[in-house]
Ligand binder design. Structure first.
Ligand code: NAD
Length: 364
């Protein structure tokens, strides 16, 4: 039996709707396997600004740091979009990532055979797609200083800074190499070495690490070329590793390949077992409150939580198998229904929970 304290930050929009269902799946796992999971909730994002004037409370971060894992929903929405606002919902998200020092964001991308029609790509391009993007998460343009907007000689100006150290690059490429060892042993390192100084440093470190790890094939590609290859030959990738901004953009592109943002989970890992697990989609204000969001990305994120933070690989696999089965059997929320009949967020999670119980009892 395992014990774990799991922090939950639902956030805004559909965030709380999908994390509620992921918690229910984790509670089912605890029930089936005799584990004891204790959940506690912390505010983050837009509604935290409304209630407390900040997007993340220092006390919340302290409590999350003492937990075994963090299940995160999403933050943001039109209500908090004013560019002149002193604080934004994303400050909460970035504050958690930085505070937990989760520097490697893992985003597995796979296509479910029965969802091939939901993808904008031809199905002939998709059947072999199975890759993971490892995105550097705590450095680069999103964090480095100076970062500001100011007035000068009658013009408003703005600056962001892209900065990386050798150590920051090395530790995230190490995660990619280790991941590749359990897969097809191929890493594609993505940079912009032709024009950016940080890109040249990235390539220099990746090249050195390729020499030090001959069992893994490490290749290099420019980010623009990678963006094209993701739609022309997505099956050619095994593990992709890249810096923060490129990773943000490429993973959204990769998400579209699968047919829905609602299907893709992510894990953000650092050097301790405490990881942060969140769907890659945002708060989807267009469907928030309607009970129609796809909870599978959040549920699959909870499977990654079981595997990476709690060391429960068997339980994680069972949750993933349950999701495979419900999709294969035709359960569809509106985003993947292609105009056909759709079930609600809760009904989809109910189907996963029932399938999980059946899989567990047949495996005994
Ligand atoms: P989004 O991912 O929220 O939505 C994009 C589209 O995908 C929408 O049509 C939405 O309805 C659909 N979608 C997303 N998740 C879905 C799900 N689980 N089920 C069904 N359909 C789903 O991206 P956006 O519209 O660009 O951003 C909305 C807000 O979310 C913005 O405020 C943005 O800043 C924020 N955001 C937050 C995060 C995060 O918290 N990690 C990530 C991305 C965007």
């Amino acid at each position: 039996m395992g014990r774990a304290r799991i922090a939950v930050m639902g956030g805004d929009g559909i965030g709380p709707e999908v994390t509620t269902e992921a918690v229910r799946v984790l509670e089912t796992v605890a029930d089936l396997f005799g584990h004891h999971f204790e959940f506690f909730h912390e505010p983050v994002g837009g509604h935290c600004i409304d209630e407390h004037g900040v997007a993340l409370l220092p006390g919340s971060l302290r409590r999350v740091k003492r937990a075994d894992a963090l299940l995160f929903g999403a933050v943001g929405g039109p209500k908090w979009d004013d560019p002149r606002a002193p604080t934004r919902p994303e400050d909460g998200l970035l504050g958690v990532r930085k505070g937990l020092q989760v520097f490697a964001n893992l985003r597995p991308v796979r296509v479910y055979p029965s969802l091939l029609d939901a993808s904008p790509l031809k199905s002939s391009k998709l059947s072999e797609v199975d890759f993971v993007v490892v995105r550097e998460l705590t450095g680069g343009l999103y964090f480095a200083k100076p970062k500001r907007v100011w007035e000068s000689r009658g013009q408003t100006r703005a600056v962001d800074t892209c900065a990386y150290s050798e150590a920051e690059i090395e530790r995230v490429i190490t995660v990619a190499i280790n991941l590749a060892r359990g897969r097809r042993s191929r890493v594609m390192s993505v940079d912009k070495a032709n024009v950016m100084a940080t890109g040249r440093l990235w390539r220099q470190v990746a090249t050195r690490m390729a020499g030090e790890n001959p069992d893994v094939k490490i290749e290099h590609v420019l980010v623009d070329s990678c963006a094209m290859a993701l739609v022309t030959r997505p099956e050619s990738f095994d593990v992709i590793v890249t810096e923060n901004t490129f990773g943000d953009i490429l993973t959204d592109e990769a998400a579209v390949i699968t047919g829905s943002m609602g299907m893709l989970p992510s894990a953000s890992l650092g050097s301790s077992a405490l990881g942060m697990y969140e769907p890659i989609h945002g708060s989807a204000p267009d469907i928030a409150g309607k009970g129609v969001a796809n909870p599978l990305a959040a549920i699959l994120s909870s499977a990654m939580l079981l595997r990476h933070s709690l060391g429960l690989a068997y339980e994680a696999r069972l949750v993933e198998q349950a999701v495979d089965e419900v999709i294969a059997e035709g359960a569809r929320t509106a985003d993947i229904a292609a105009g056909g009949s759709a079930i609600s967020t809760t009904e989809m999670a109910n189907t996963v929970v029932t399938t999980l119980r059946t899989l567990h009892s047949t495996a005994r």
